[in-house]
Design a protein around this ligand. Structure first.
Ligand code: FES
Length: 367
């Protein structure tokens, strides 16, 4: 590669306006369509080019910005640790005020740090680096050795012009800022780490349904007797264990998302029962997960006469009289069925947790 450099800072007036004889007309298209060569325009000198004090002042400004960026990144970590949103008690809910304060401090410190790294680099380039204009001539890609050597010299010249070696205060402060840059990401990655209760896949596969847990209506949270449901009726329901969860917080939200069921009642002889599920219903009352197995929409568009359950999101249709099997749409897995029974007082209860994961399928499923 061949390149001609003209250092534009500090040329004499006559140098600045003298046209190059060979460049008065340049045929850059190769098709005999000449374009006038606009020539090289020389930038005016900057204060920092002629005044060493101004250059020093600019250097301090740039170093100040990089240093402040470093401090803000440390501040980010301090804010992450000090403004806690993870209560010591895992059953306690997240305080919304703490969450907002955490978001504010993390956003301000990281945002300002990134801004100052960028602003420092811009100020450095504008006020202290030289800005040569370059004429680049096209030719074969592989340069001769002497040209490669010249390119290497040009590179070294460029490095020299940035002052990277000479301006140690800028260099060191910038390196410090860049070295700390990955730290916020490392701190944030901590949130992807292990949590209590197994791997994320395992936690998804279990709900708070368990043997003997009463089934409550989703609205009044009252236990339901088998006699409360009429043929053709559908009731949305939750496990009684839901009431034991903390009033707020991720655990309540997660379980609220995973455990809703639909109770439907139909004539027992209308039900087609798969092998092994013979005792999963109570007098024609069946319980299915309310979460579509396609991508997880809540479903309850029930057609009594056909016993079909339609998902409003992408129209997957499940046959509740036939083990929740998919009869139409993009879902590929039947609705998980909850085995139910009746306790001594006549209330509907779960026989166990779901025997398969609820919600959308995913490749880490272990069951
Ligand atoms: S989420 Fe139910 S069909 Fe897509």
């Amino acid at each position: 590669m061949s390149a001609n450099y003209e250092h534009t800072n500090g040329p004499s007036e006559s140098e600045a306006i003298a046209p190059r004889a060979s460049d008065e007309v340049a045929d850059v298209t190769g098709a005999g369509d000449p374009l006038p060569d606009p020539g090289l325009h020389h930038e005016p000198e900057r204060f920092t080019d002629v005044d060493p004090k101004a250059a020093k002042r600019a250097e301090r400004q740039v170093a100040g910005m990089f240093t402040l960026a470093s401090l803000l990144m440390v501040g980010f970590i301090v804010a992450y640790v000090a403004v806690g949103i993870h209560p010591d008690d895992p059953h306690a809910g997240i305080d919304v005020g703490d969450l907002q304060l955490s978001n504010l401090t993390l956003g301000l410190t990281l945002g300002l740090a990134l801004f100052l790294v960028g602003a420092g680099a811009v100020q450095w380039a504008r006020s202290l680096m030289t800005s040569p204009e370059v004429v680049h001539e096209r030719h074969v890609m592989r340069p001769d050795d002497d040209i490669r050597e010249a390119a290497l010299n040009d590179w070294n010249t460029g490095v020299e012009e940035t002052g990277f070696g000479r301006r140690k205060m800028i260099r060191n402060s910038m390196l410090g800022a860049l070295a700390l840059l990955p730290l916020p990401a490392v701190i944030l990655l901590r949130d992807l780490g292990p949590n209590t209760g197994g791997t994320p896949a395992e936690r998804k596969e279990h709900t708070i349904w368990a043997e003997g847990v009463r089934i409550l209506t989703d609205v009044t949270f009252q236990p339901i007797r088998a006699s409360d449901l009429e043929i053709g009726q559908l009731v949305n329901a939750m496990p009684a264990t839901f009431e034991d969860l903390p009033d707020h917080g991720p655990e309540r939200i997660n379980e609220r998302a995973k455990s809703p069921v639909m109770l439907v009642r139909m004539l027992p002889d209308e039900i087609h029962v798969d092998e092994g599920r013979e005792n999963w219903h109570v007098d024609g009352i069946l319980a299915y997960s309310k979460i579509c197995t396609h991508v997880g929409c809540p479903i309850s568009l029930y057609e009594q006469t056909t016993h079909h359950m339609l998902c409003p999101c992408h129209q997957s249709t499940f046959d509740l009289a036939d083990n929740g099997k998919v009869i139409f749409g993009p879902a590929t897995r039947a609705l998980p069925q909850l085995p139910i029974a009746v306790d001594d007082e006549g209330y509907l209860i779960a026989q166990s947790d779901f025997t398969e994961p609820v919600g959308p399928s995913y490749w880490e499923r272990t069951r």
